[in-house]
Design a protein around this ligand. Structure first.
Ligand SMILES: NC(=O)c1ccc[n+]([C@@H]2O[C@H](COP(=O)([O-])OP(=O)(O)OC[C@H]3O[C@@H](n4cnc5c(N)ncnc54)[C@H](OP(=O)(O)O)[C@@H]3O)[C@@H](O)[C@H]2O)c1
Length: 272
């Protein structure tokens, strides 16, 4: 059974994006699985409902081309899942300006580029959904992930504002805030910053990094996030935030006083 609906997913080559593509295809949707290098992917072999498109979220021309191709070939776009992203890790002082700008170019401006490209189409149809993959780190920052958290906090503000702005056009905006998820994120999608001669953080990094890794290894499977994205894409409600494997992290952060949060992080991560 086909639903007659189309979802466009960014960063569908692996992890959460790939799991989401497979789930939507299983459930009868046409999936426009977008990625930087479609020629290297076997995803289309999983289902004849999955079509691959080339899209780099940091390149507006590539975004515009992919969106136009998807509309022409699939008949429209009902849901966009802004999933592409990676994590810059390390002490802020060790990160170069170029690394920080690249992090924002992908995790924040990439989402803006894709959203900008699909909005005229959705406004015209007076229907559509924009599902942004944020992170629990967009609600509670962790040491060594300050810039990654900054991009995801920015995405929170953008999503909440847009949620209010697009209601009048019957376009729902959602933000998914996953906790730790077992994907390739921590190998292929993590950039570790270090600065020659900067040794002041060595002991801190040596203490914290193994605890972060232990957390990462205890993560949930990406399909858990895919199911949340499905609920966000199909549910009737105007609910904004979803927390797959993240509720226990995100929810208490809203009311735990700062000093207690410091003590928790210090204890959990052996931070200092
Ligand atoms: N894993 C977690 O614990 C976790 C937790 C919370 C939130 N998240 C978020 O979940 C999203 C997906 O991450 P993941 O865990 O599934 O990691 P992943 O398996 O490494 O997937 C990241 C995806 O983003 C793509 N990407 C990176 N830069 C891109 C660009 N400029 N244009 C298009 N695609 C680009 C990658 O494509 P290439 O194949 O071309 O590199 C890859 O498909 C990210 O936004 C991440 O911040 C992950």
């Amino acid at each position: 059974m086909t639903s007659g609906k189309t979802v466009l997913i960014t960063g569908a080559s692996s992890g959460i994006g790939r799991a989401t593509a497979e789930l939507f295809a299983e459930r009868g949707w046409t999936v426009a699985a977008t990625m930087r290098r479609p020629e290297e992917s076997n995803l289309a072999q999983k289902s004849d409902r999955i079509r691959l498109f080339r899209l780099d979220v940091t390149d507006q021309a590539s975004v515009d081309r992919a969106v136009a191709d998807v509309i022409a070939q699939c008949g429209g776009i009902d849901v966009v899942v802004n999933n592409a992203g990676y994590g810059l890790m390390g002490p802020f002082e060790a990160q170069t300006d170029a690394q920080i700008r690249r992090q924002f170019e992908t995790n924040l401006f990439g989402v803006l580029n894709v959203t900008r490209a699909v909005l005229p189409h959705m406004r015209e149809r007076r229907a559509g959904r924009i599902v942004n993959v944020g992170s629990a780190a967009g609600r509670m920052a962790l040491p060594l992930y300050s810039m990654y958290a900054a991009t995801k906090w920015a995405l929170e503000g953008f999503s909440e504002g847009l949620w209010l702005e697009l209601r009048q056009f019957n376009i729902k905006v959602k933000i998914i805030e996953p906790g730790m998820i077992k994907t390739d994120f921590f190998e292929r999608s993590r950039e570790v910053a270090s600065k020659p001669g900067l040794t002041a953080y060595d002991e801190f990094v040596a203490n914290v990094a193994p605890n972060l890794t232990a957390w990462e290894e205890a993560g949930a499977e990406p399909v858990v996030v895919a199911r949340s994205i499905w609920r966000a894409a199909t549910g009737r409600w105007w609910r904004l935030r979803y927390q797959p494997n993240g509720i226990l992290a995100v929810w208490p952060r809203g009311w735990v006083p700062g000093q207690l949060y410091v003590r928790i992080v210090r204890r959990l991560f052996n931070a200092w």
